[in-house]
Design a protein. Structure first.
Length: 161
């Protein structure tokens, strides 16, 4: 692995991007019992390639795509100090290349793009039990902010009936 180039994704990258999406889904499936059975998709990757409010990138080494990520401009809630923020997602690095700083290179690119859009807030979501992902994001400066909780009503019995 001589050098890693973080570049905007193109149509020629779609097949690999779809494979990364499935890798993300398989990684996240144990953390989320609400996901439907395969096949599912999280993203409209082709549309993201052409969206002006999205920067979809890949990590490329010697012509091989080894990672991905995107940042999208989102409208903030009316009660927040800012009107828009950057939302990061689709973070994936092939298992053989993990632990080599590629995730950080992708994040650095996405954060730089966000600054160029005059945004001052970057957010992302990660499953609470996905300790490796949380650790990677914390190494890049992210802080835990809100914990979203859920209650699956199908698992609760009504003792009053």
């Amino acid at each position: 692995m001589d050098s890693i180039l973080i570049r905007k994704a193109g149509l020629d990258d779609l097949e690999q991007l779809y494979a990364f999406e499935q890798g993300i889904i398989q990684t996240e499936r144990p953390f989320d019992p609400t996901l439907k059975d395969d096949p599912i998709h999280y993203y409209d990757l082709k549309a993201m390639l052409f969206a002006s409010d999205v920067e979809l990138v890949v990590a490329d080494t010697d012509g091989k795509i080894i990672g991905s990520g995107y940042v999208r401009i989102e409208k903030a809630k009316d009660y927040l100090e800012y009107q828009q923020f950057a939302y990061i997602g689709f973070m994936y690095v092939l298992p053989a290349y993990r632990g080599k700083g590629i995730n950080k290179k992708i994040l650095d690119h996405l954060i730089d793009w966000s600054r160029k859009q005059n945004l001052n807030e970057v957010r992302l979501e990660v499953y609470n039990d996905n300790v490796p992902a949380i650790s990677a994001y914390e190494k890049c400066g992210f802080k835990k902010h809100i914990i979203e909780m859920r209650l699956g009503l199908e698992t609760i019995t009504n003792d009053n009936s």
